[in-house]
Design a protein around this ligand. Structure first.
Ligand code: HEM
Ligand code: HEM
Length: 187
């Protein structure tokens, strides 16, 4: 399996980016679900989970998202299946690129919301991202609205992404997932 993509399959680097993003993405939503449960129980662990995991891992997602997006553009393009009509290929590409952009903006809005809300971001006690001295109410609530909106946009895009993959698998008997699996040889 090569580091770079081939026309038939993703290479190790793209696969590594994809599955790291998937794991972190699931974590970001799962941590919020747990936080909401803890808040209902008035547990102090909710802020620990946000500050200790959601924020620093979201911060890393910002950079991983950018690196993966740059890699997407600089690498060989993996061809979409021949069983897909042209409009579906174009739509799939639009969904993929929108996923990258939305993911990066989601993480950015989280960082911006904290910083403008006068809350520094502690990255696993290694370093911290400084915040505004005083809270800028307008800006911080603007970024919070963006964070809430993109939480929905990302779920819609993910639904389209997974829907497309399932359609190929079930209706067209075309196992596209193989292109993204670790053991699948690209050449
Ligand atoms: C791509 C990365 C991220 C994803 C997918 C994500 C996802 C989410 C979701 C789904 C919510 C709940 C929104 C709602 O209630 O409508 C949320 C809330 C929040 N996020 Fe993120 N987030 C990400 C990155 C970040 C970053 C980088 C930060 C800050 C450095 C951050 C800080 C927060 C905070 C403070 C909340 C509010 C939690 C509360 O209810 O108290 N997020 N995030
Ligand atoms: C378990 C869930 C997932 C599965 C099974 C999956 C599977 C796949 C497959 C098979 C492809 C290749 C499609 C093709 O070329 O025909 C792909 C590409 C892609 N996936 Fe996913 N995916 C999942 C979740 C996600 C998530 C959560 C995100 C981002 C939030 C994401 C973002 C992308 C992007 C951006 C591409 C395009 C890669 C590129 O061309 O650079 N995927 N995925």
């Amino acid at each position: 399996m090569g580091l770079k993509n081939s026309e038939k399959s993703f290479g190790t680097i793209a696969k590594f980016f994809h599955w790291t993003i998937v794991l972190l993405f699931i974590h970001q939503y799962a941590s919020i679900a747990i936080v909401e449960y803890l808040l209902e129980k008035n547990s102090p662990f909710s802020s620990l989970l946000i500050g200790g995991l959601h924020k620093p891992l979201g911060f890393f997602l910002f950079f991983i998202g950018i690196a993966a997006f740059v890699w997407h553009f600089t690498n060989i393009k993996v061809k979409f299946s021949d069983t897909m009509p042209l409009w579906e290929k174009r739509f799939a590409q639009f969904v993929h690129r929108s996923l990258y952009v939305s993911l990066i903006f989601m993480a950015f809005s989280g960082i911006a919301m904290s910083v403008t809300g006068a809350k520094s971001i502690n990255i696993f006690n290694l370093f911290s991202i400084p915040a505004f001295r005083e809270k800028d109410k307008e800006l911080s609530s603007f970024f919070w609205d963006c964070h809430e909106l993109f939480a929905i946009v990302l779920i819609v895009l993910l639904g389209l992404h997974l829907g497309g993959i399932l359609k190929q698998h079930i209706l067209r008997k075309d196992p596209v997932i193989k292109k993204m699996l670790p053991h699948f040889k690209s050449r």
